[in-house]
Design a binder for this molecule. Sequence first.
Ligand SMILES: *Cc1c(COP(=O)(O)O)cnc(C)c1O
Length: 395
Amino acid sequence: MPLQIRIHEGYRTLPGEYLFSEVGRRVREYRMGHPEKRVISLGIGDVTLPLPAAAAEAMACAAREMAAQDGFHGYGPEAGYPFLREAIARYYATRGVTLSPTEIYVSDGAKSDLSNLPELLGDVPVLLPDPTYPVYRDVNLLSGRRIHLLQGNGENGFLPGPEGLTETGALIVLCSPGNPTGAVYDQGGLQKWVDFARQSGSLLLVDVAYEAFITGDAPHSVFEIPGARDCAIEVGSFSKMAGFTGVRCGFTIIPAGLCAGNVPLHRLWERRQATKCNGVSYITQRGAEAVLSPRGVAECRANIRVYQENARVLAALLTRKGIRYTGGENAPYLFLQTPGGEDSWAFFERLLTQAQVVGTPGSGFGPAGEGWFRLSALGRRDDTCAAAERLEEIL
Ligand SMILES: *Cc1c(COP(=O)(O)O)cnc(C)c1O
């Protein structure tokens, strides 16, 4: 007898193919037809530089420690080892944000937290930027929540504000600096969202995975904004800051006093995490701790400078070509408006077939991304320069 079980209804509502699978499929097909061509990817949001030495050494040392009887660590605390929670609190203190280490919850990455946190909530309306990181949309589609898109466009610089919104008790997800747009909220822009969340009894969920790329005086954390402790949860990641995309470590900050009704959200989160996961490896957490040491921070900055230089090469090209774009300054992404209003996937195909350069169609990040296109500066130096030269010819 075939399986008689029913699948989760939410999965029926998900778009058929995850954006990067579709990009990958099209690139594989092109490569098969043109094995002699060298394709350069400025596409997916993965880093390319190796780990900071401080982190690698700390992880090697932790692995050796684990091989000794008195250095062995089994299951750790679900919320993370105190040494890492304290190191994260000290990192925030350098930005003038005071946190208790007990407000910081270590995880295997921001994506897990961003997709698991909404599990704590009932059937609330969800406000999401458009275009946006597809994870926010997909997890809320899975749970059947009503999604209201906050439209980004060239006019608002892809930084939609709360003006005109009437929702109450909503979940609002913001990403600053933004993926795919590279746009970052300034103090005033983020303050408007904090004020709106407090007035409307809404929860702000802020993703700061790219905070280490901020060059100007934009806030690195929502908790730099007065009132945020009454309404916000923040999710951070070592992935883009320290090349931890393959190591896996992130964290969530839930202020101690933040309650839904009379239920403290941190208590719900602890309960959820204790039920569904057994924490992050000791070795990984020692690596993350080393990332936040003075030497680790300096090594991360050196890597980020390489990506920022890549972004400058791409930005200079777009400027020379008179192509409108956002980002590149406070994030490793440039979001460009396709010349002549070409649709995002047509532009993708043109870059792939004429220049063998891969980027990401803006429409894959939401309907407002149609007619836009993302280039990543997280590639290798030589690849980025070679791609820029090829694009110079065809744009
Ligand atoms: C890369 C990225 C993350 C990081 O996710 P991890 O699971 O920590 O690797 C989070 N949010 C956005 C918007 C990203 O682009």
